[in-house]
Design a protein. Sequence first.
Length: 291
Amino acid sequence: MGALDGRVAVVTGAGRGIGREVALLFAAEGASVVVNDLGTELDGTGTDPAVAAAVVAEIAAAGGSAVANTEDVASWNGAESLVQQAIDTYGDLHIVVNMAGNTRDKVLVNMSEQDWDDVIRTHLKGTFCPTRHAAAYWRGKAKDGKPVDAVVLNTSSTSGLVGNPGQSNYGAAKAGIAAFTVIAAMEFGRIGARANVIVPAARSRMTLGTPGLAEQVAEPADPSQFDLWHPANIAPLAAYLAQQSCEVTGKVFFVKGGQIRKFENWNRTETIEQDDRWTVASLGDAIDTVL
Ligand SMILES: NC(=O)c1ccc[n+]([C@@H]2O[C@H](COP(=O)([O-])OP(=O)(O)OC[C@H]3O[C@@H](n4cnc5c(N)ncnc54)[C@H](O)[C@@H]3O)[C@@H](O)[C@H]2O)c1
């Protein structure tokens, strides 16, 4: 028996890297998987339908069930047809994992409007669109009195939650995805759905292409050593959170190797308060308490 027997999943960006490992484990755990991938270059340009098809073939060869989808996740209509494909093919939808992504790393003073727009669009709108269409399906089921046990898993990054120079576009999108997911979880309770964030750290073309990181994420020289940066290390947490019995929602989890760490969202901290409007001068005396 698999942990995801009878579940239907859409995994975006599932043709490569972490998304591919999530799709492979989901299928091995019994889920039927729609493998979405546009097949882009790292910067988000180009398309290649063979990328999604290869993962579908891998799943089929291992005895699992999967179909390919090559829609752009940031397209409103494309994401709608992605969700519909899961329902038409497998009769239902329970899990959406938003993993598709690109990078255009540059210090912000050199960042073009296109670099900003393309990265924000792929990550932030590319998370919103599949989530929005899946949520509409789940709300329809809930309104019809049918049971819904659904979950959305979105992908953030320490670049957004902690900050990373050269990634102001990517980091802003990833911080936005965390905020979006926390709000989605607040709204989803009434329709029987959950939402969580995964903050991965793993070897993929994304990290291999980041200056200074390629050596760090390399496979261990000794193959008997635990491969801390293997992208498959991320997949068990995704499968755990995607299970029917799981009740976790609104949470943000960092995962690397064997480490899983909960992130807290923005917190209110030191406060100054008085029963009157501050003046510039009085703030000058008091602001150190907040700083
Ligand atoms: N690798 C890491 O350490 C790391 C760290 C933090 C966050 N992430 C996030 O994890 C996710 C997976 O990244 P990865 O490292 O596996 O990268 P990857 O480049 O190996 O995989 C991303 C996949 O997304 C696809 N894609 C890009 N734009 C798309 C679109 N508009 N529609 C559909 N598919 C599209 C690409 O074709 C690619 O196959 C991304 O969201 C990334 O930002 C990765």
